[in-house]
Design a protein around this ligand. Sequence first.
Ligand code: F6R
Length: 244
Amino acid sequence: MFHVTVKDTYDEVSKAAFSVMKSVLYGDHAPVLGLATGSSPVGLYKEMIRDHQENGTSYQDILTFNLDEYIGLPRDHRESYWTFMHVNLFNHIDIPDENVHVPLGCGENPEADCAAYEAELAKHVVDVQVLGIGSDGHIAFNEPGCPFDSVTHLMDLTEQTRRDNARFFDGDINQVPTKAATMGLASIMRAKKIIMIATGSNKADAIRGMMEGPKTVDCPASILQDHPEVYVFLDREAASKLSK
Ligand code: F6R
């Protein structure tokens, strides 16, 4: 079930998304958060940092699980998702390091590392999962064709995704890793609530596919049509191809 909010600016989208995050953070137990990287959730993370600083919301007992990580980048690489999360959120809140989980992209046996990540994730219930969407309809790094019953696994990135992400690698697609470790679609669907954030006209087709297209592995995000509680936060451009 989709609950859709459309706002004029990225700032307003981020603040609206924070209202769902806040209800989870201020709930009756220390939650487990599923987190995403990329441009879409940065404004939400700024709101979380502001709330931590102004209202003292503590992350001491909160666990986090990130969606994905590039294969082949050391954790301290400036574009690893480990670094991204520390720069954009973890370094600014009081979360203990041992509460943070990001898939390992630089181990000697990436498949075993994926299995270990899934096993750890399966011990918990994610209260809210933050998602962005790829222009090709991917969620996490589950690219078109990825089975709906997938759990944490290795994925070859599509050329479109590598082109989209080249902006983080000096605009050079050749520097963008070709593979990622990613939570699977079935792993994501276990979360109790989902926050989807998408802005910009390059997301309009993917958002239409997610909400109004057929449920198909060609648009991995369309699996969310089966989720009971998805909060979708869009700007007008990202919403521009929706029929209603
Ligand atoms: C990142 C992730 C990806 C991004 C998607 C959109 O952890 O899982 O699915 O959410 O590629 O990226 P942005 O937000 O940079 O447009």
